[in-house]
Design a protein around this ligand. Structure first.
Ligand code: DTR
Ligand code: ZN
Ligand code: ZN
Length: 316
Protein backbone atom coordinates (compact mmCIF):
# COMPACT_ATOMS: atom_id res chain seq x y z
CA UNK A 1 0.00 0.00 0.00
CA UNK A 2 1.48 3.31 -1.00
CA UNK A 3 0.85 6.81 0.26
CA UNK A 4 -2.29 8.09 -1.44
CA UNK A 5 -1.84 10.83 -4.02
CA UNK A 6 -3.25 13.35 -1.51
CA UNK A 7 -0.80 12.22 1.14
CA UNK A 8 2.10 12.55 -1.28
CA UNK A 9 0.87 16.02 -2.32
CA UNK A 10 0.64 17.04 1.33
CA UNK A 11 4.18 15.85 1.89
CA UNK A 12 5.40 17.88 -1.11
CA UNK A 13 3.48 20.95 0.04
CA UNK A 14 4.98 20.59 3.48
CA UNK A 15 8.44 20.54 1.95
CA UNK A 16 7.67 23.65 -0.11
CA UNK A 17 6.34 25.49 2.95
CA UNK A 18 9.43 24.57 4.91
CA UNK A 19 11.59 26.00 2.13
CA UNK A 20 9.62 29.26 2.11
CA UNK A 21 9.82 29.58 5.90
CA UNK A 22 13.54 29.00 6.02
CA UNK A 23 14.15 31.35 3.12
CA UNK A 24 16.29 28.80 1.46
CA UNK A 25 16.74 25.24 0.59
CA UNK A 26 15.64 22.95 3.35
CA UNK A 27 18.06 20.08 3.75
CA UNK A 28 16.79 17.83 1.06
CA UNK A 29 15.47 14.83 2.88
CA UNK A 30 16.56 12.78 -0.07
CA UNK A 31 20.13 13.84 0.46
CA UNK A 32 20.14 12.25 3.89
CA UNK A 33 18.21 9.20 2.81
CA UNK A 34 20.20 6.29 1.47
CA UNK A 35 20.65 6.72 -2.25
CA UNK A 36 18.01 4.67 -4.01
CA UNK A 37 18.32 3.70 -7.62
CA UNK A 38 14.60 3.30 -7.97
CA UNK A 39 11.56 2.90 -5.77
CA UNK A 40 9.19 0.03 -6.29
CA UNK A 41 5.91 1.02 -7.94
CA UNK A 42 2.54 0.44 -6.37
CA UNK A 43 1.11 -2.92 -7.47
CA UNK A 44 -2.51 -2.22 -8.46
CA UNK A 45 -4.85 -4.40 -6.41
CA UNK A 46 -7.33 -4.37 -9.28
CA UNK A 47 -4.74 -5.93 -11.58
CA UNK A 48 -3.90 -8.67 -9.10
CA UNK A 49 -7.62 -9.40 -8.65
CA UNK A 50 -8.10 -9.52 -12.41
CA UNK A 51 -5.58 -12.38 -12.50
CA UNK A 52 -7.49 -14.09 -9.69
CA UNK A 53 -10.68 -13.80 -11.75
CA UNK A 54 -8.93 -15.42 -14.68
CA UNK A 55 -7.73 -18.28 -12.49
CA UNK A 56 -11.24 -18.68 -11.06
CA UNK A 57 -12.71 -18.85 -14.57
CA UNK A 58 -10.11 -21.41 -15.55
CA UNK A 59 -10.96 -23.59 -12.56
CA UNK A 60 -14.69 -23.25 -13.23
CA UNK A 61 -14.18 -24.33 -16.85
CA UNK A 62 -12.03 -27.30 -15.85
CA UNK A 63 -13.83 -29.34 -13.23
CA UNK A 64 -13.54 -26.76 -10.44
CA UNK A 65 -9.83 -27.01 -9.81
CA UNK A 66 -6.32 -26.17 -11.07
CA UNK A 67 -4.63 -29.23 -9.63
CA UNK A 68 -1.46 -30.93 -10.77
CA UNK A 69 -1.94 -33.08 -13.86
CA UNK A 70 -5.38 -31.63 -14.64
CA UNK A 71 -6.41 -29.35 -17.48
CA UNK A 72 -6.98 -26.45 -15.12
CA UNK A 73 -3.34 -26.36 -14.09
CA UNK A 74 -1.96 -26.24 -17.61
CA UNK A 75 -4.54 -23.59 -18.57
CA UNK A 76 -3.40 -21.51 -15.57
CA UNK A 77 0.21 -21.79 -16.69
CA UNK A 78 -0.67 -20.90 -20.28
CA UNK A 79 -2.46 -17.75 -19.07
CA UNK A 80 0.52 -16.55 -17.04
CA UNK A 81 3.04 -17.48 -19.73
CA UNK A 82 1.15 -15.52 -22.39
CA UNK A 83 1.17 -12.37 -20.23
CA UNK A 84 4.90 -12.71 -19.56
CA UNK A 85 5.83 -13.42 -23.19
CA UNK A 86 3.91 -10.29 -24.21
CA UNK A 87 5.80 -8.28 -21.58
CA UNK A 88 9.25 -9.21 -22.89
CA UNK A 89 10.24 -12.06 -20.59
CA UNK A 90 12.23 -15.10 -21.63
CA UNK A 91 10.01 -17.93 -20.46
CA UNK A 92 10.82 -21.60 -19.98
CA UNK A 93 8.39 -24.44 -19.26
CA UNK A 94 10.00 -27.23 -17.29
CA UNK A 95 8.14 -30.57 -17.56
CA UNK A 96 8.19 -33.35 -14.99
CA UNK A 97 6.11 -36.37 -13.95
CA UNK A 98 4.55 -36.84 -10.51
CA UNK A 99 1.97 -39.40 -9.43
CA UNK A 100 1.76 -40.61 -13.00
CA UNK A 101 0.71 -37.23 -14.36
CA UNK A 102 2.63 -34.57 -16.25
CA UNK A 103 3.49 -31.43 -14.31
CA UNK A 104 5.04 -28.12 -15.31
CA UNK A 105 7.09 -25.30 -13.80
CA UNK A 106 7.09 -21.88 -15.47
CA UNK A 107 10.32 -19.86 -15.22
CA UNK A 108 10.48 -16.26 -16.46
CA UNK A 109 13.77 -14.40 -16.82
CA UNK A 110 13.85 -10.62 -17.16
CA UNK A 111 16.66 -9.92 -19.66
CA UNK A 112 19.75 -8.23 -18.20
CA UNK A 113 21.39 -7.99 -14.82
CA UNK A 114 24.27 -9.90 -13.34
CA UNK A 115 23.81 -13.62 -14.02
CA UNK A 116 25.95 -14.33 -10.99
CA UNK A 117 23.47 -12.58 -8.71
CA UNK A 118 19.95 -13.86 -9.36
CA UNK A 119 17.00 -12.64 -7.29
CA UNK A 120 14.04 -15.03 -7.57
CA UNK A 121 10.43 -14.59 -6.57
CA UNK A 122 8.16 -17.63 -6.78
CA UNK A 123 4.84 -19.18 -5.89
CA UNK A 124 3.11 -22.45 -6.52
CA UNK A 125 0.44 -22.30 -9.18
CA UNK A 126 -1.35 -25.58 -8.48
CA UNK A 127 -4.45 -25.96 -6.34
CA UNK A 128 -5.65 -28.99 -4.50
CA UNK A 129 -8.12 -31.18 -6.42
CA UNK A 130 -10.98 -30.16 -4.12
CA UNK A 131 -11.17 -26.52 -5.15
CA UNK A 132 -10.02 -23.60 -7.33
CA UNK A 133 -7.20 -22.58 -4.97
CA UNK A 134 -7.67 -18.83 -5.22
CA UNK A 135 -6.00 -17.96 -1.93
CA UNK A 136 -3.90 -21.13 -1.99
CA UNK A 137 -2.22 -20.18 -4.19
CA UNK A 138 -3.77 -17.94 -6.77
CA UNK A 139 -2.95 -15.08 -4.41
CA UNK A 140 0.80 -15.65 -4.50
CA UNK A 141 0.83 -16.53 -8.20
CA UNK A 142 -1.10 -13.38 -9.16
CA UNK A 143 0.98 -11.06 -7.01
CA UNK A 144 4.22 -12.48 -8.44
CA UNK A 145 2.82 -12.12 -11.97
CA UNK A 146 1.75 -8.51 -11.45
CA UNK A 147 5.12 -7.64 -9.94
CA UNK A 148 6.85 -9.16 -12.97
CA UNK A 149 4.57 -7.10 -15.23
CA UNK A 150 5.39 -3.98 -13.18
CA UNK A 151 9.10 -4.63 -13.79
CA UNK A 152 8.34 -4.66 -17.51
CA UNK A 153 6.14 -1.55 -17.39
CA UNK A 154 8.93 0.29 -15.56
CA UNK A 155 11.59 -1.17 -17.86
CA UNK A 156 13.43 -1.68 -14.58
CA UNK A 157 17.12 -2.43 -15.09
CA UNK A 158 18.47 -3.65 -11.73
CA UNK A 159 22.08 -4.63 -11.08
CA UNK A 160 21.05 -8.19 -10.33
CA UNK A 161 19.21 -10.57 -12.63
CA UNK A 162 15.50 -11.06 -11.95
CA UNK A 163 13.81 -14.44 -12.30
CA UNK A 164 10.20 -15.30 -11.48
CA UNK A 165 8.77 -18.79 -11.06
CA UNK A 166 5.45 -20.59 -10.82
CA UNK A 167 5.76 -24.09 -9.38
CA UNK A 168 3.77 -27.21 -10.22
CA UNK A 169 2.70 -29.96 -7.80
CA UNK A 170 3.48 -28.11 -4.59
CA UNK A 171 0.43 -29.73 -3.03
CA UNK A 172 1.92 -33.16 -3.74
CA UNK A 173 4.97 -32.27 -1.64
CA UNK A 174 6.95 -29.39 -3.16
CA UNK A 175 7.52 -31.55 -6.24
CA UNK A 176 7.99 -28.83 -8.86
CA UNK A 177 10.29 -26.58 -6.86
CA UNK A 178 12.34 -29.56 -5.72
CA UNK A 179 12.63 -30.71 -9.35
CA UNK A 180 13.92 -27.25 -10.34
CA UNK A 181 16.49 -27.01 -7.53
CA UNK A 182 17.73 -30.56 -8.07
CA UNK A 183 18.37 -29.80 -11.74
CA UNK A 184 20.20 -26.55 -11.27
CA UNK A 185 23.61 -26.80 -12.96
CA UNK A 186 26.60 -26.99 -10.67
CA UNK A 187 27.38 -23.49 -9.49
CA UNK A 188 23.96 -22.13 -10.31
CA UNK A 189 22.72 -22.63 -6.76
CA UNK A 190 25.29 -20.18 -5.43
CA UNK A 191 24.31 -17.69 -8.14
CA UNK A 192 20.85 -17.34 -6.59
CA UNK A 193 21.29 -14.58 -4.02
CA UNK A 194 17.70 -14.76 -2.76
CA UNK A 195 14.57 -16.83 -3.24
CA UNK A 196 11.35 -15.14 -2.11
CA UNK A 197 8.28 -17.35 -1.61
CA UNK A 198 4.63 -16.30 -1.66
CA UNK A 199 2.13 -18.98 -0.70
CA UNK A 200 -1.24 -17.77 0.66
CA UNK A 201 -0.97 -13.98 0.93
CA UNK A 202 -4.65 -13.00 0.83
CA UNK A 203 -6.28 -15.05 3.58
CA UNK A 204 -9.79 -13.83 4.50
CA UNK A 205 -9.00 -13.53 8.24
CA UNK A 206 -5.42 -12.50 7.68
CA UNK A 207 -2.32 -12.45 9.78
CA UNK A 208 0.89 -10.81 8.60
CA UNK A 209 3.65 -13.37 8.88
CA UNK A 210 7.22 -12.97 7.68
CA UNK A 211 9.53 -15.95 7.19
CA UNK A 212 12.50 -15.82 9.55
CA UNK A 213 14.97 -17.88 7.54
CA UNK A 214 17.42 -15.25 6.18
CA UNK A 215 17.87 -12.18 8.43
CA UNK A 216 18.47 -9.70 5.62
CA UNK A 217 15.41 -10.80 3.67
CA UNK A 218 13.32 -10.89 6.84
CA UNK A 219 14.42 -7.31 7.63
CA UNK A 220 13.53 -6.15 4.15
CA UNK A 221 9.95 -7.35 4.54
CA UNK A 222 9.68 -6.11 8.13
CA UNK A 223 10.96 -2.68 7.09
CA UNK A 224 8.18 -2.48 4.52
CA UNK A 225 5.44 -3.35 6.99
CA UNK A 226 6.90 -1.02 9.63
CA UNK A 227 6.75 1.72 6.99
CA UNK A 228 3.02 1.23 6.57
CA UNK A 229 2.39 0.79 10.30
CA UNK A 230 1.43 -2.90 10.17
CA UNK A 231 2.86 -5.22 12.84
CA UNK A 232 4.16 -8.61 11.72
CA UNK A 233 4.92 -11.95 13.34
CA UNK A 234 7.48 -14.53 12.46
CA UNK A 235 6.10 -17.42 10.41
CA UNK A 236 6.55 -20.41 12.70
CA UNK A 237 4.56 -23.21 11.07
CA UNK A 238 6.12 -22.93 7.64
CA UNK A 239 9.43 -24.70 7.90
CA UNK A 240 9.45 -27.21 5.11
CA UNK A 241 5.86 -26.48 4.19
CA UNK A 242 6.28 -24.55 0.99
CA UNK A 243 8.52 -24.03 -2.02
CA UNK A 244 11.23 -22.11 -0.21
CA UNK A 245 12.25 -25.36 1.49
CA UNK A 246 14.19 -26.95 -1.42
CA UNK A 247 16.06 -23.65 -1.95
CA UNK A 248 16.90 -23.41 1.75
CA UNK A 249 18.15 -27.01 1.75
CA UNK A 250 20.43 -26.07 -1.17
CA UNK A 251 21.92 -23.16 0.80
CA UNK A 252 20.03 -20.38 -0.95
CA UNK A 253 18.97 -17.42 1.25
CA UNK A 254 15.16 -17.55 1.44
CA UNK A 255 12.28 -15.48 2.76
CA UNK A 256 8.65 -14.87 2.15
CA UNK A 257 5.23 -13.81 3.35
CA UNK A 258 2.16 -15.69 4.59
CA UNK A 259 -1.30 -14.69 5.84
CA UNK A 260 -2.25 -17.99 7.49
CA UNK A 261 -4.08 -21.21 6.78
CA UNK A 262 -6.17 -23.47 9.02
CA UNK A 263 -4.75 -22.38 12.38
CA UNK A 264 -7.07 -20.11 14.40
CA UNK A 265 -6.28 -16.43 14.96
CA UNK A 266 -5.70 -15.68 18.65
CA UNK A 267 -7.33 -12.87 20.60
CA UNK A 268 -4.00 -11.06 20.76
CA UNK A 269 -3.59 -11.34 17.00
CA UNK A 270 -7.12 -10.07 16.40
CA UNK A 271 -6.37 -7.11 18.67
CA UNK A 272 -3.42 -6.03 16.49
CA UNK A 273 -4.62 -7.10 13.06
CA UNK A 274 -8.39 -7.00 13.30
CA UNK A 275 -10.44 -9.92 12.07
CA UNK A 276 -12.01 -12.70 14.12
CA UNK A 277 -10.34 -14.40 17.06
CA UNK A 278 -10.90 -18.10 17.37
CA UNK A 279 -11.53 -18.41 13.59
CA UNK A 280 -9.05 -19.86 11.09
CA UNK A 281 -6.97 -17.42 9.10
CA UNK A 282 -8.42 -19.21 6.06
CA UNK A 283 -11.40 -21.45 6.85
CA UNK A 284 -11.61 -22.46 3.19
CA UNK A 285 -8.09 -23.84 3.20
CA UNK A 286 -7.94 -26.75 0.76
CA UNK A 287 -11.70 -26.54 0.27
CA UNK A 288 -14.09 -25.89 -2.59
CA UNK A 289 -14.88 -22.49 -1.05
CA UNK A 290 -11.36 -21.21 -1.76
CA UNK A 291 -12.80 -18.97 -4.49
CA UNK A 292 -12.41 -15.30 -5.40
CA UNK A 293 -14.77 -14.62 -2.43
CA UNK A 294 -12.10 -16.07 -0.14
CA UNK A 295 -9.71 -13.12 -0.35
CA UNK A 296 -9.07 -10.18 1.96
CA UNK A 297 -8.29 -7.26 -0.34
CA UNK A 298 -6.27 -5.30 2.23
CA UNK A 299 -4.00 -8.26 2.92
CA UNK A 300 -3.55 -9.01 -0.78
CA UNK A 301 -2.80 -5.36 -1.51
CA UNK A 302 -0.29 -4.97 1.31
CA UNK A 303 1.51 -8.22 0.49
CA UNK A 304 1.63 -7.47 -3.24
CA UNK A 305 3.29 -4.12 -2.52
CA UNK A 306 5.63 -5.73 0.01
CA UNK A 307 6.60 -8.27 -2.68
CA UNK A 308 7.46 -5.51 -5.14
CA UNK A 309 9.33 -3.54 -2.47
CA UNK A 310 11.50 -6.56 -1.67
CA UNK A 311 12.18 -7.34 -5.34
CA UNK A 312 13.33 -3.78 -5.96
CA UNK A 313 15.32 -3.55 -2.71
CA UNK A 314 17.13 -6.85 -3.11
CA UNK A 315 17.96 -6.50 -6.82
CA UNK A 316 19.07 -2.92 -7.27
N1 DTR B 1 1.83 -25.68 2.51
C1 DTR B 1 0.99 -24.60 2.03
C2 DTR B 1 0.24 -23.88 3.12
C3 DTR B 1 1.06 -23.56 4.29
C4 DTR B 1 0.88 -24.07 5.53
N2 DTR B 1 1.79 -23.49 6.40
C5 DTR B 1 2.54 -22.64 5.70
C6 DTR B 1 3.58 -21.83 6.10
C7 DTR B 1 4.21 -21.04 5.15
C8 DTR B 1 3.78 -21.08 3.80
C9 DTR B 1 2.74 -21.91 3.41
C10 DTR B 1 2.11 -22.67 4.36
C11 DTR B 1 -0.02 -25.15 1.07
O1 DTR B 1 -0.96 -25.82 1.48
O2 DTR B 1 0.14 -24.87 -0.13
ZN1 ZN C 1 -2.22 -25.86 -0.12
ZN1 ZN D 1 -0.02 -23.16 -0.95
Amino acid sequence: MKLSVSARAAAAAGMATAMLLTGGAVADAASSAPSRAAAAPDIPLASVKAHLSQLQSIATANGGNRAHGRAGYKASLDYIKARLDAAGYTTTVQQFTASGRTGYNLIADWPGGDANQVVMAGSHLDSVASGPGINDNGSGSSAVLETALAVSRAQYRPTKHLRFAWWGAEELGLVGSRYYVNRLATGDRSRISAYLNFDMIGSPNPGYFVYDDDPAIEKTFKDYFTGIGVPTEIETEGDGRSDHAPFKSAGVPVGGLFTGASRAKTAAQAAKWGGTAGQAFDRCYHSSCDTTANINDTALNRNSDALAYAVWELSE
